[in-house]
Design a protein around this ligand. Structure first.
Ligand SMILES: Oc1cc(-c2ccc(F)cc2)cc2cncnc12
Ligand SMILES: [Mg+2]
Length: 214
């Protein structure tokens, strides 16, 4: 069962990974998910779309909602310029503990700051941490929180003209209220990137990129 996936993945990583190498960690996680059991990481196919958007945006301040095991945190951090600030929020302490070890083993501690707690409580704290706004936000947590959290980010003044919101799973499992909100909101310009569910070629999923125009 998916229950305990993070612990089985961590055991596999401890036995096989080459420390200090983020790309090797990413490949190791993908290989485990293709050959042993799939986890809810964004994966390599949608991960490439995410990589391209990060490289195109070249963000200096980034937020991820939904760390899980740290896979997408590594994909994002790997493509950030020097002296950028990257925060990732995870509410599940067991997942966060696995992510912390995976990020540490990959040698990316100094690029990624993990916060453990509910996104609705974490988001109001960023101004006080010296964050003026986020250039890019990757939304990949509880699908029912996509819309309220993006609304909260705007309310907190954490979006600026040109800020990019990248949302995973807008088809499967789907976040219909978020898609409806962001596509019908004149403050956002959205693009859909059709793809497939991680590690499942036969299941359709998509990434939505929404640029905040304020
Ligand atoms: O990318 C994702 C995929 C799935 C998921 C659900 C059901 C299923 F059968 C397969 C995969 C769940 C997620 C929860 N949070 C963030 N991302 C997720
Ligand atoms: Mg996802």
């Amino acid at each position: 069962t998916a229950e305990g996936f993070h612990l089985r993945l961590l055991e596999h990583v401890r036995k096989t990974v080459k420390p200090g190498d983020a790309s090797n960690m990413i490949a190791t996680i993908d290989n485990y998910c293709y050959t042993v059991e799939s986890g809810m990481n964004v994966g390599d196919v949608k991960g490439k779309i995410l990589d391209d958007i990060v490289l195109e945006t070249n963000p200096t301040t980034v937020l991820e909602l939904g760390t899980f095991c740290g896979y997408s945190a590594l994909r994002i951090a790997r493509n950030l310029p020097e002296n950028s600030r990257f925060f990732t929020v995870e509410f599940n302490p067991e997942h966060a503990a696995v992510a912390k070890e995976i990020i540490h083993t990959a040698g990316m501690d100094d690029k990624i700051q993990m916060l453990i707690g509910p996104s609705q409580e974490m988001i109001p704290q960023f101004k006080g941490m010296g964050v003026s706004h986020f250039d890019l936000v990757f939304v990949d947590h509880e699908k029912d929180l996509y819309k309220p959290d993006v609304i909260l980010l705007e309310k907190e003044g954490l979006l600026k003209k040109g800020s990019v919101i990248v949302a995973d799973n807008v088809v499967y499992p789907g976040s219909p209220d978020y898609i409806d909100y962001v596509r019908n909101n004149p403050k956002f310009k959205s693009t859909n990137y059709m793809s497939e569910l991680e590690y499942h070629k036969d299941v359709v999923d998509a990434i939505e990129k929404s640029i905040y125009i304020g």
